[in-house]
Design a protein around this ligand. Structure first.
Ligand code: URA
Length: 211
């Protein structure tokens, strides 16, 4: 079976903002704002191939056939809690999207994802679902999130993160070869605590100021 594609978003605005976020002295406010802004830019990339259809409209000057997004509706699916950092930026671009919340925490001993909350539209089979979590580290949370969405019928899932470790990409591709990945960077490796190196630390703590 072929593996899913990995799309690294190398746009200078994304790369610059990511470097600002990595700096250890970046404030909570600054970190959160940057994550939001990058969320918007990544949303632009992940929706690049959405199909368009021509619709009859009238401009003040003349009628015309104008392109609008066709067909499948979007659902945004942040993995709590850090995934929420992408949400406002994405909703700014796609204000009518539905939102699925996926509550997973990482067991500090086993690093396995433990589900504590899942609330999503009842049937996702006719929707494009953007699953999001800033850090693709071990891949366990992303894999569990994609599995929960598939159990709700999702057939078109795209995974968006900020940073990915090679280990997380490999794990995700082996469990969900049908789900393409968008990331702003692929870092070197994971450390013994499952943190991405060089990374940016704990995205949730930095976003919410909880450390
Ligand atoms: N989660 C984080 O917030 N940071 C990492 O480096 C890995 C997982």
């Amino acid at each position: 079976m072929s593996t899913s594609s990995v799309n690294v978003v190398v746009h200078p605005l994304v790369q610059h903002k990511l470097s600002l976020m990595r700096e250890k002295d970046r404030s909570t406010k600054g970190f959160r704002e940057l994550l939001n802004e990058i969320g918007m830019l990544l949303c632009y990339e992940v929706t690049r191939d959405l199909p368009l259809e021509l619709v009859e409209i009238e401009t003040p000057v003349a009628p015309m056939q104008a392109p609008k997004i066709a067909g499948k509706k979007l659902t945004l699916a942040p993995i709590l809690r850090a995934g929420v950092g992408f949400l406002d930026g994405m909703l700014a671009l796609v204000p009518s999207a539905r939102v699925a919340h996926i509550g997973l925490y990482r067991d500090p001993e086993t690093l396995q994802a433990v589900e504590y909350y899942f609330k999503a539209p009842h049937d996702l089979s006719d929707r494009t679902v953007i699953l999001m979590d800033p850090m693709l580290a071990t891949g366990n949370s992303a894999c569990a999130g994609a599995s929960l969405l598939k159990a709700r019928g999702a057939l078109d899932i795209r995974f968006v993160c900020l940073l990915a470790a090679p280990e997380g990409i490999a794990q995700f591709q082996s469990e969900h070869p049908d789900v393409p990945i968008w990331t702003a960077a692929i870092d070197e490796r994971l450390n013994d605590h499952g943190y991405i190196v060089p990374g940016l630390g704990d995205a949730g703590d930095r976003m919410f100021g909880t450390k």
